[in-house]
Structures are given as C-alpha cells and as structure tokens.
Design a protein around this ligand. Structure first.
Ligand SMILES: [Zn+2]
Ligand SMILES: [Zn+2]
Length: 411
C-alpha cells in the first residue's frame, strides 16, 4: 500500500493551489488551499469539487500568498491548519484586508525546520527563497515514500543561499517532486534582488524629484531592496501604514527595516488611519506617528510608496507627481491590465512623471527550475503551478502529468 497524491487544482494553472496526500490508513494532508487568481472579487464556493470535505484532514500552508491560503475560510472549521510563524501573522493581515469571514487560528512551525509528526506522516518544512516572506518547501514522508513539494520558490532573491544549499545537499531518495513552473516559457525578469537594488539606486540618482513606487507591502525582499537603494543615494523611503504594520509584525529579532530606522518614514494618511482605528488598533497608529510624516510634508526627494487607495489622500494633501518625478511599477507587468494597478501609473503619467519598470520575478527562472529538479533527482516530477508545462517539460526527467482532481497511487 502506498501514498495517493491528488492535485485538486493547479496542474495547468498558476494559483488556486490545493494538493492532497493520502495515507493508506486513511490519514490525509492537504498542502495549500489557494484562491484561483482569476476568481472574481467576492466570489465564494471556490474550493475544488474533488476535495472531500467529509473526511478529516490536516492542512499545511506553504507561504502567505492568496493563491495558496485564500480559501482557508471555506474549509471545514475542525480541520487544523499549520503554517510558518511569520506566515501566520501575514495571513492574518491579508484576511483582515480581504474581509473574509473570521480568520481561523493557525498552528505554527518555526523556521528552523524541525520535522513535524501528523499521524503516520512526517513533514519537514524547508525555508526557501520567494517573494513571499517565510515561504517553505514541504518534505512529506509516509508509507515508505517521500514527496517534496516546492511550494513557490526562486533562486535570485535575498534568501537564494537556502536554495543553493538544498541543491548542494538534496534530501535523499525523493520519490516524487511536486514542482512549481510559473516562469516556464515566459520572459519574466529574473535579475537578483541585489542587481535590482543597483538599478533602483541608478534610477534614484538620475531622478531630480520624487520616485513613486508601486510594490506589494508583503514583498519584504522588495521593501529591503528599495530601502537599501534609498540609503545608498541619501533618500528617504516613505512607506504607508499597511507596510509599516507588516514590518512591525515580523521584524522583531531580524535586521529588517521598520519604523524608527534612519532614511525611513511612515506616511500617515486619513484613509489607513481610519482603517486601523476602526479595528481598535489606535495603539499601533500612535506608535507609528513619531516616525511618521503627513502626506503634505513628504520630502521633495523621497521614494514614496503608491497604491490606488493612497491617491485620494495624497491629492488632498497636495502631494502630486510632477515632471521632475519618476514612477516605477515594481510588480508583475500583467497586473497593469487591472484598474487597481493601472491607476497609480496613470496618475503619475498625467503629472508628467517619467515611467520606469524595475522588477524581478518572485519565481525561479526556467534554468533554475531545471537545475533544481535535476539536483533533487526524484524518480518522478509532478508539474503544478504553471501554464506551459506541456511545451516546456524538456530538461525534467520522468514527468508524470496529472489532471486536476485525478488521484494517483504512487508506485
Ligand atoms: Zn503561487
Ligand atoms: Zn507565492
């Protein structure tokens, strides 16, 4: 008797990840319960129909991105959910922002990677490099088989040495590698965060006025990159209250920049201040105020965070882009099709700001994906989290292609 692997969603798409590993004695693990990236805002009932919700399961969330945890609130309430310590805090922030139903309590593992026991399974979380902070690969052992799930990863971020170390000393005798393939067959930029820092520093040097930057407040690597580039060029990085909240919850005991650091200010805007006060978090806001700056006082040479919800507060305070300024969308280019992401760009363009595009992907390049899979030398590779696996499977040994919801008993 062997393990049964079912990819409920993600064999042919990016996001909505949901993978089940069942033991012959009936115990089950569910790796990720992600929201499909193309699900309309407000849509519900999105869990894959093939996921049996009657039999109990233990859920492990690889990292705090919506496409991996966004359906947790749809799972049966008695299913226990585990994730990393910082991940749990970041997921709680996202659930507050998304206003999904009451967030459930999450149990947590530490980033040190001690193996965990779940009935007949042993799971080792392996901290990895990704645009989400506190992201893990998961090594699952049971019934004499070993499955390594990559989650989402890359090898060019600020934690790339973790992936290098795994490639140098891979887990022994992996039967199945469940591998993400986001960037297969794409030309997404995969410069290192360190290279990106240099490019930002150059942009900051050649820009006379402010640089408005749109990036995800939960992309901690990018916050660090922007902060370091600002410091190198004598500028101040101005983050919003949301990004300050993210850093406030995870930075303790780390070297991560946060409120109170030099060359860093928190812009205290009416909209976000109200958001936190309504949540009963006046204490957080009042802690940020001494490190804050009103929108009307943002320095003329600052690097300023911009997102759609900040435009109104900035405009009312007289903080406008000018022809001396620059704008940079530091996220996937495809998001610009959505008004939420396009509006900050249009607002800056209308003010005469020069447009730049400095970004690097949160996912491994095609070459790094192939090098990683080769080093793991699993007997079988099961493709997930990619759209181009069928055309780009070369260079991966022994691919076993599954369909969504198709159970596969490991040999
Ligand atoms: Zn993902
Ligand atoms: Zn991700």
């Amino acid at each position: 008797m062997s393990l049964t692997l079912t990819v409920h969603r993600g064999t042919r798409e990016i996001g909505g990840s949901c993978i089940e590993i069942a033991h012959p004695d009936g115990a089950r693990l569910v790796l990720d319960a992600g929201r499909p990236l193309d699900a309309p805002v407000g849509a519900s009932g999105l869990l894959p129909a093939s996921l049996d919700r009657v039999k109990p399961a233990t859920v492990l969330v690889s990292h705090p991105h919506q496409d991996h945890h966004g359906l947790l609130h749809e799972l049966p309430k008695d299913w226990v959910v585990w994730t990393g310590q910082a991940s749990a805090r970041l997921i709680a922030i996202s659930e507050k922002m998304a206003k999904t139903s009451a967030p459930r309590g999450l149990r947590t593992w530490t980033s040190r990677g001690a193996p965990l026991r779940f009935g007949p399974f042993t799971v080792t979380p392996i901290l990895t490099d990704h645009s989400a902070f506190d992201a893990y690969m998961l090594l699952v052992e049971g019934a004499g088989r070993r499955i390594l799930y990559t989650g989402d990863f890359r090898r060019h971020g600020r934690k790339s040495s973790l992936v290098d170390a795994l490639i140098a000393r891979p887990p022994k005798e992996v039967d199945v590698l469940v591998c993400e393939g986001t960037n297969l067959g794409t030309d997404k930029p995969t410069a290192t965060e360190a290279e990106l820092e240099g490019e930002f520093a150059a942009l900051f040097r050649r820009t006379r006025g402010r640089i408005f930057v749109a990036w995800s407040g939960q992309n901690i690597d990018r916050t660090v990159t922007l902060y370091r580039a600002a410091k190198r060029t004598g500028r101040t990085l101005v983050i919003d209250l949301y990004t300050a909240d993210v850093l406030d919850r995870i930075a303790d005991g780390t070297k991560l920049p946060r409120a109170g650091f030099p060359n860093l200010k928190v812009v205290v805007t009416a909209g976000l201040r109200t958001f936190y006060v309504v949540q009963g978090r006046e204490e957080f806001v009042s802690r940020m105020v001494p490190h804050g700056v009103a929108a009307r006082n943002v320095p003329a040479d600052a690097v300023v965070m911009i997102r759609r919800s900040l435009i109104r507060d900035y405009s009312r305070a007289g903080l406008h882009p000018t022809k001396d300024d620059a704008f940079n969308h530091s996220m996937w280019r495809g998001y610009l099709k959505e008004a939420y992401y396009a509006e900050p760009l249009e607002w800056c363009r209308a003010g005469g700001a020069k447009l730049a595009y400095l970004h690097t992907s949160g996912h491994a390049s095609s070459d790094d994906l192939r090098a990683f899979a080769a080093a793991m030398s699993a007997k079988v590779v099961v493709p997930v989290h990619g759209q181009n696996w069928d055309a780009q499977g070369h260079g991966f040994d022994a691919i076993h292609r599954l369909g969504d919801g198709e159970p596969w008993v490991l040999q």
